[in-house]
Design a protein around this ligand. Structure first.
Ligand SMILES: [Zn+2]
Length: 319
């Protein structure tokens, strides 16, 4: 056994974070070239029934998860946000407009994040503590976002992907949950997205398109490597639309089509397998178990929602 290998009993107890990015198919960056933001409000919302389905599957396994909810969507489906929290899951924040963080100014980012956080807190009645950026877009160019998150009272972030990618990623970033330093020197708990290492290549095996497209045996081998060989939990993620093979087909380029539509009809069966083979809980609980968040969630629930600074009318995109 090398010094990086934890004892087998510790590996067997590894509990991972199950997360859901709650948005609809038309919010996805891969389809944005063919779907204008102005059309969002006129499109059928499919996310409610898809999220309910996902919650049914999680309930079969008794798994409590973290749901990062898009603010734009929360304003249109507040009953869904309440259903998520009533089912015992953690509600966290996926920003407001699904715009990449590094394409916003710090002021724009702060303004839209306050709007999303405040609405979610009003809806669930307690503080919202976790944040995940659209398309994991906290990168080297947008580390300032961590300071904004700390200012707004978030206790953890899960937006950093330690891989090379065309849209996101900080290659070489710390891969396990840790306290990340913001440019100001203050720190925030960070649960990075997870990748396995196959023959020197970092392969993101823990959710989304990777989970649907890669063969399941490879996914399982990668997740086992992270849990057992590296001795750390992974952050699994899925979108409700990934369980919806009946969603409208959008005409986009071949690569985007491949990334978005491959294996939608197989995703539910794969999800059941991964839930049967690995242990999961919410991201908050996972970070707390590792000593990265001090107080328990019951205490956090008693905190009053933050009072937001006044919004400047007209600056946010119309829904
Ligand atoms: Zn998203």
């Amino acid at each position: 056994m090398d010094s990086n290998t934890p004892p087998a009993c510790a590996a067997a107890r590894q509990v991972n974070a199950f997360t859901v990015d709650v948005e609809d198919y038309f919010h996805v960056a891969a389809l944005s070239s063919a779907i204008s933001r102005a059309s969002w409000g006129s499109r059928e919302l499919r996310v409610e029934r898809n999220t309910e389905r996902l919650m049914e599957i999680l309930a079969e396994r008794g798994v409590h998860a973290t749901f990062f909810v898009l603010g734009w969507l929360a304003e249109r489906a507040p009953a869904l946000v309440r259903r998520i929290t009533e089912a015992g899951h953690e509600v966290a924040c996926h920003g407001y407009s699904h715009q990449l963080v590094y394409k916003q100014t710090p002021g724009e980012f702060r303004e839209e994040t306050v709007r999303a956080k405040h609405f979610l807190e009003d809806t669930v009645g307690h503080a919202v503590l976790g944040y995940r950026a659209a398309s994991f877009s906290v990168t080297r160019q947008s580390l300032w976002a961590l300071d904004v998150l700390i200012d707004l009272g978030f206790r953890y972030d899960s937006s950093i992907f330690p891989i090379h990618h065309d849209l996101y990623g900080i290659p070489g970033a710390t891969p396990e949950p840790h306290r990340v330093s913001a440019p100001s020197g203050r720190t925030l708990a960070e649960f990075p997205m997870s990748a396995a290492n196959f023959f020197g290549l970092q392969v993101p095996v823990s959710g989304g398109g990777y989970f649907r497209i890669l063969p399941y045996w490879l996914t399982r081998a990668g997740l086992e490597q992270i849990n057992h060989r590296r001795g750390r939990p992974f952050a699994f993620y899925l979108h409700p639309w990934e369980l919806d093979p009946g969603q409208p087909r959008i005409k986009v380029g071949a690569f985007s089509r491949f990334r978005h539509y491959t294996n939608l009809s197989r995703c539910e069966a794969r999800l059941r397998r991964v839930l049967g083979e690995f242990a999961f809980t919410s991201m908050y609980e996972c970070l707390q178990q590792r000593g990265l968040l001090a107080a328990d969630r019951a205490t956090m629930r008693q905190l009053p929602p933050l009072a937001p600074p006044p919004l400047l009318p007209g600056r946010l995109p119309a829904g």
